[in-house]
Design a protein around this ligand. Structure first.
Ligand code: HEC
Length: 244
């Protein structure tokens, strides 16, 4: 293909049957779009919410087919629909706890504790007699089981509808999109790469059938082949852990 075809910034170029590309000046980025019979696949979602909204409109100028989201954050944003009625569509809280402005990351310095709580929910923690589901040293006091209400368990062992990879996806959405943890910061970069990035090896392991309960012993490795340290999530509720 001649490079000249790409100079036309901000316009879809059909590069094959049902395969389109669109060039963006910032970051010198090309977005791909594959239009299938009943769905379309958007490759790359650009950098932020405003750009994402622009892209969604650009996709709609080509096809009305439903989008297929990929990666933990894309899938998590879709799954969050079932949580929004209690937690607010921007995680601002309501019947359920607030996630925004860093609140969810304060409760769960370790993502494993959040996965376990979302998986089992309040009732199972009550039955198991586990009082503190998050950081026991949380600023302003720990969030104790049923101190606000009843969080419905989402995982299969708790009668929920989400698969284990979907539980991770929605937790990633809560921590990074709603909670506001910065994936590029020293504090979160490693967690983000291991758990929530498009290349997350842990998400890939869950997608191919490893369970959250067995994750810590599954020998998941990072991009360099080094083993990733994972706290046990287990097959039952357990106390949350302090930072560090
Ligand atoms: C029916 C309302 C309801 C729905 C639906 C709901 N939640 Fe909750 N959630 C709650 C309540 C109430 C709490 C507080 C639980 C407690 O006090 O034991 C909570 C707490 C939480 C917490 C702990 C936050 C903290 O800082 O303490 C997380 C994480 C969470 N929910 C995630 C989710 C996710 C993910 C979904 C969707 C898959 C979801 N919730 C759906 C009501 C709900």
């Amino acid at each position: 293909m001649s490079p000249g075809r790409w100079v036309d910034v901000g316009r879809w170029v059909e590069v094959g049957d049902g395969v389109l590309a669109r060039r963006y000046g910032e970051l010198d980025l090309t977005v791909g779009l594959v239009v299938g019979d009943g769905a379309c696949l958007v490759v790359d979602t650009r950098g932020d919410a405003v750009q994402g909204t622009e892209l969604a409109a650009a996709v709609r100028s080509v096809t009305a087919a439903p989008e297929v989201a990929t990666g933990p954050l894309g899938v998590g944003a879709e799954q969050f629909g079932v949580c929004a009625s209690c937690h607010g569509s921007n995680g601002e809280g309501g019947v359920g706890r607030k996630f925004s402005e860093g609140e969810v990351d304060k409760t769960f310095p370790h993502i494993e504790d959040q996965l376990r709580f979302v998986y089992f929910g309040t009732a199972q923690y009550q039955v198991a007699g586990v009082e503190s589901y998050g950081n026991p040293e949380r600023e302003g006091g720990p969030h104790l089981t049923q101190s606000l209400g009843v969080m419905p368990g989402q995982g299969a062992l708790a009668g929920g509808d989400l698969t284990d990879d979907e539980v991770l996806a929605v937790v990633c959405h809560e921590r990074y999109d709603l909670g506001g943890a910065d994936p590029a910061s020293d504090e979160w970069v490693e967690e983000f790469e291991h758990w929530c990035s498009d290349e997350s090896p842990i998400y890939a392991a869950l997608e191919s059938g490893t369970s959250l309960a067995d994750l810590a012993d599954a020998g998941v490795t990072d991009a360099e082949g080094e083993p990733i340290e994972i706290l046990p999530i287990g097959d039952a509720p357990a106390e949350g852990s302090p930072p560090g």
